[in-house]
Design a protein around this ligand. Structure first.
Ligand code: PLP
Length: 429
């Protein structure tokens, strides 16, 4: 009997890896930031030297291979300053994938532009150049491509299309820190790469974000846009000196990252690649197990990806593999077997409870109901109905964890599709 119906679960009493991970080194880094008395880049430097948020921005840019990095308080803020730095504003349209966290659409509204939802590839859940081309209008100023879950949008094609059409490309890499495409990090193909560093992400600091770019003008603008119009001193501040100077080339808001947060990130960043390598081993085992089971597989990864970061591991299943059970029911049954959360992707944005522009006067003025109502996003819907997600922390443990996952899939499948028939055979019955 399935655990969800009161049976014995596949796994009981053995914990899964905890996320986020920290140790005595993280505690020392946080305490050092606390004791520095310099809790904000906006505060003076009692002992002189660069702020932690500036050092993190430099380290993170180096990690991605980009020329410049900017630290911010959230991934959402990184999206906002990226759009503002590119000059996107009222009257403009920005192409956003229908399948993603709500922030890319919200950020477009926050700068006064209209998010235009576009369907995605049903296999990867990501935008393709064809989808973008079909949605271009004279008002399109930018595309936000999201590298979703554990795979990558086709950045070379998207960058080529952006170049041809003069539309800006922002890569939202909040789910793909450190993924490499033909040797280069995601986030370096478009004009600006943005990253969330929220608690769930593979590089986590609770509430934080970053943007990277190779363009010095975009860098300067993003610095001021996130620090109330202030940029940095050219050199590190001397003891007692302020690091921010009132350059005021472009008016900003305050989206600065706290020094305590930056202290945590400076500790976490050097661990990221080791964690990616650990997850890659588990992901490979899981992929092999899925490939050996008819009707099951992993979310495809383009061949150009030579190092992939898993934020959420995606298991895809063909229609009928779990009988007539909808994805929510399959996910709940697996969760009960495993004692760790297995979940479907969020609903596409046109059906999302989180995208409600009519509830805020300044968004209601911009919003056009025609951009969602009555429209269908077949690729996004297919991905949503046939994908099961696991948080990346599930891949930070041992081989036995993967055996449990596969055993739970077999058990739930046997219960929901009793004949265990391959989907092709089921269709023929
Ligand atoms: C997490 C996430 C964000 C938002 O980042 P915050 O740091 O929570 O503001 C934006 N885009 C994507 C794709 C995300 O996954």
């Amino acid at each position: 009997m399935l655990a969800v119906d009161g049976g014995a679960p596949i796994r009981a009493g053995r914990a899964w890896p905890v996320w986020p991970q920290y140790d005595a080194g993280t505690e020392r880094a946080l305490l050092a930031a606390l004791r520095s008395s310099r809790w904000s880049v906006s505060w003076y430097a009692p002992d002189g030297g660069k702020s932690r948020e500036r050092r993190f921005a430099e380290e993170f840019a180096r990690y991605t291979g980009a020329a410049y990095g900017v630290s911010v308080d959230h991934g959402s803020s990184a999206l906002v300053i990226a759009l503002e730095a590119l000059g996107v504003g009222p009257g403009d349209e920005v192409i956003v994938p229908a399948l993603t966290w709500v922030a890319p659409a919200t950020a477009v509204l926050r700068v006064g532009a209209l998010p235009v939802l576009v369907d995605v590839d049903p296999g990867t859940g990501c935008l393709t150049a064809d989808h973008v081309r079909d949605a271009l209008s004279e008002r399109t100023r930018a595309v936000i491509a999201v590298h979703l879950a554990c795979t990558a949008a086709p950045v070379d094609e998207l960058a080529a299309l952006a170049g041809e059409t003069g539309v800006a490309l922002i890569e939202d890499c909040s789910q793909a820190h450190g993924t490499r495409w033909n040797g280069s990090a995601l986030g370096t193909f478009g004009d600006i790469g943005v990253f969330s560093l929220g608690a769930a992400k593979t590089l986590a600091a609770g509430e934080a974000g970053a943007a990277v770019t190779d363009d010095p003008a975009l860098y300067r603008r993003m610095l001021m846009l996130r620090a109330d119009s202030r940029g940095y001193l050219a050199d590190a501040p001397r003891p007692g000196e302020y690091e921010l100077v009132e350059d005021c080339e472009i008016m900003g808001g305050n989206y600065c990252m706290s020094e305590l947060t930056a202290g945590v990130l400076l500790d976490q960043l050097p661990r990221l690649d080791t964690q990616h390598a650990h997850r890659a081993v588990r992901a490979g085992e899981l992929e092999a197990g899925l490939a050996a089971r008819a009707g099951l597989g992993a979310i495809p990864v383009p061949a150009q990806v030579d190092r992939r970061a898993v934020y959420e591991f995606g298991i895809r299943f063909e229609p009928g593999v779990f009988g007539a059970a909808p994805v929510e029911r399959v996910a709940a049954a697996l969760t009960a077997e495993l004692g760790t959360k297995v979940y479907p992707p969020r609903p596409p944005l046109h059906r999302s409870a989180l995208l409600r522009p009519r509830t805020k006067a300044r968004f209601a003025r911009i919003w056009d109901d025609a951009s969602t109502s009555g429209r269908t996003f077949a690729g996004a819907d297919h991905y949503r109905e046939h994908t099961l997600l696991l948080h990346h922390s599930v891949l930070l443990g041992e081989r036995g964890d993967i055996d449990d996952l596969l055993a739970a899939l077999d058990k739930v499948r046997a219960a929901y599709s009793p004949r265990g028939a391959a989907p092709e055979q089921k269709v023929a019955v």
